[in-house]
Design a protein around this ligand. Structure first.
Ligand code: CA
Length: 631
């Protein structure tokens, strides 16, 4: 008996040791002044080599490597070599020999520093990229994910048209006071930045062309984009400047969320994943062709052990090296649920307040069993991983697949779905933090344009009312709040609903509107303040939502009366009452008896209160929100 136990123990210990010994994909290049260690994974290579270059040019510039180092295959299909001497300042590629020929060179799948346009990996001392006091950088305080307000933006959208910003379109822009102060004034807690890893659609050698792209075309997943640095030819520059941005935002109380695009690569053989190990990192159709759940020509295979490991290591790398506070997963529905759970577990070991959420859908059908994918309807199976709620979005402003109005623009059809969205769709989200409440993001029309196409004959005054009403529903929802940057300044993309490569003139946030539409900005600001002042709007658990939230009978299919009650010990208000009037008429509504402070009414909002109310009825203005806090 005793012998058996010892045997079992040693087997367990062995399994444990093996897992611990599994090399890390991120350790492709470990630099020290005396030596550099290389390590790459391939399960199909017959030979592998590292090619070391003095120059930082394109791979096809004809420069011969100054040294070619063969790699030796070791355990777990990892190939390694150690090169003595100080290689700082040099570049490298890796290539593998398989099926009788050498595959094209690549910077490896986990390059951490790269040349201009990311064709070669750079050997640098990562420590030397840390800004001063980087070791003292801390994540701003955060208690519950539903407390936060995310502001999504693109570095160019946010900075190109602001005359007070010096480093327009660069990471450094977000270290400047005029850029940071607007976010602080608005009161958001998290800045979500469109892809800031190295992507391919902008030629970093020709930045004076001032071209624009969202950046959903990954080249090097673990390096900041060179186009956002002041000098993409210096591999350390982009790393240091990305860190400076994050440090400055943290110092001002703002957390940073990265938009990650692990679901596809720009192409297959042009990308390191395809070059290092052909096919393995992608899902294939039965006929051997590349599956295309992304709609971009391929889809990655998170269900394959080493790609899953890659994703887990990659997010952890950004969280540790760059102090990133959250990840928004593009087309998360292409990834499998188990990968998302493992990512969550790995980030929890670094800091459980790091956020994870994504798009719970794919562009086309992924080549993987639907019930195992990280689709929105299975969100509850991935605790503390959230999904964007197209439910509340479509119900409030209409679906992106047509131009119909939503509840906030006069269509009563969505009323039940708005109510579900207000309580964070528990049937799929599980918990409120897993429901990202939003109406607009970089995709599809921005809010102004959406209302313009769905209610074309209305006056601007009415459209502004609809705008405020829709955003109010987002900000009083029990889910996690998300706002598309620039909506507070009444941005327009002039009717373009997919501006991924439109010029700055379409994508920029119009800063002059901060004067012209100050009332709208002030409303957004006050609504954010109201949310942040009242815990009742962010109860934090499905159980608490069930206990405290009720919908009163409005006797009108264009009016919602949303009440959060019994808040003693939770909120400064005894109860909160929200009346959303999605109709064009003034609607008189009975309210429960009580002494109230008026927080929002008829297109205005003030977190400090707009007055007191003792009535048993209110007259809700057309397309407007009324918010009452019971004293
Ligand atoms: Ca790039």
């Amino acid at each position: 008996m005793r012998k058996t136990i010892i045997l079992m123990l040693s087997v367990a210990l062995l399994a444990c040791t093996n897992a611990a010994k599994q090399p890390k994909l991120e350790d492709e290049c470990l630099y020290s002044p005396s030596k550099t260690q290389f390590q790459f994974w391939s399960n199909v290579a017959e030979q592998m080599e590292v090619r070391i270059y003095n120059g930082d040019c394109w791979v096809d510039d004809g420069e011969e490597p100054c040294e070619i180092v063969p790699l030796t295959k070791g355990a777990n299909d990892f190939w390694t070599a150690t090169v003595k001497g100080d290689l700082a300042g040099k570049f490298y590629t890796v290539r593998s020999f398989q099926n009788g020929e050498w595959a094209p060179e690549s910077p490896g799948i986990f390059a951490k520093a790269v040349s201009i346009n990311g064709q070669r990996a750079a050997i640098i001392d990562m420590k030397a990229t840390d800004p001063e006091n980087w070791d003292k950088d801390v994540r701003p305080a955060m208690t519950d994910p539903t407390d936060i307000v995310v502001y999504e933006t693109h570095l160019r959208d946010y900075t190109m048209a602001n005359p007070a910003i010096e480093n327009k379109g660069k990471f450094l822009a977000l270290t400047e006071e005029p850029a940071i102060n607007h976010l602080k004034e608005l009161g958001i807690t998290h800045l979500q930045i469109l892809p800031m890893f190295d992507y391919g659609s902008i030629d970093e050698t020709n930045l004076d062309q001032n071209r624009y792209n969202w950046g959903y075309d990954p080249v090097n997943y673990n390096v900041p984009e060179g186009g956002y640095s002041t000098n993409p030819a210096d591999p350390a520059c982009r790393i240091r400047e990305a860190k400076l941005m994050i440090q400055a935002l943290h110092a001002n109380g703002i957390r940073v969320i990265m938009d990650v695009v692990y679901n596809h690569t720009y192409d297959v053989m042009g990308c390191a994943l395809g070059r290092v190990v052909p096919q393995y990192f992608y899902r294939l159709n039965e006929d051997g062709s590349y599956a295309n759940g992304s709609g971009c020509g391929n889809e990655t295979a998170s269900d394959h052990e080493m790609y899953r490991k890659f994703m887990v290591e990659s997010v952890c790398y950004w969280a540790r090296e760059y102090h990133i506070d959250g990840f928004r997963f593009d087309l998360m529905g292409i990834h499998d649920q188990e990968t998302m759970r493992q990512i969550r577990a790995a980030l929890d070991e670094i800091d459980p307040t790091i956020l994870t959420y994504g798009e719970g859908w794919a562009a086309m059908s992924p080549a993987y069993p639907y019930e195992d994918l990280a689709m929105k309807q299975w969100t509850y199976k991935m605790p503390r991983v959230g999904a964007f709620s197209d439910d509340i979005r479509n119900a409030l402003i209409g679906s992106p697949f047509d131009h119909d109005p939503g509840f906030a623009s006069g269509n009563p059809a969505g009323v039940k779905d708005v109510m579900r969205g207000l309580i964070a769709c528990p049937e799929w989200s599980g918990e409120p933090m897993q429901h990202v409440s939003y109406i607009t993001c970089h995709d599809n029309y921005c809010l102004r344009d959406r209302i313009d196409v769905s209610a074309p004959d209305e006056s601007e005054e009415t459209k502004l009312r609809m705008n405020k009403l829709a955003q109010t529903a987002v900000l009083v929802s029990q889910g996690m709040s998300f706002i598309y940057g620039g909506e507070e300044l009444y941005r327009t993309k002039r009717g373009i609903d997919n501006s991924y490569q439109s010029p700055d003139s379409i994508n920029i946030i119009p800063w002059e509107n901060k004067r012209e539409y100050y009332d709208l900005f002030e409303y957004y600001k006050q609504m954010i303040a109201i949310r942040r002042a009242h815990k009742g709007f962010r109860l934090g658990s499905a159980e608490a939502v069930k206990e405290h939230v009720e919908f009163l009978d409005a006797d009108n299919d264009q009016v919602i009366i949303y009440r959060i009650k019994d808040l003693e010990g939770i909120d400064s208000a005894k109860s909160l009452l929200v009346v959303l009037n999605g109709s064009a008429k003034v609607v008189k509504t009975a309210i429960p008896e009580g002494d109230y402070i008026l927080l929002a009414f008829n297109g205005g909002a003030d977190a400090e209160g707009m007055g007191e109310l003792h009535n048993e009825q209110i007259a809700a203005g057309p397309y407007s929100a009324t918010i009452l806090a019971e004293k």
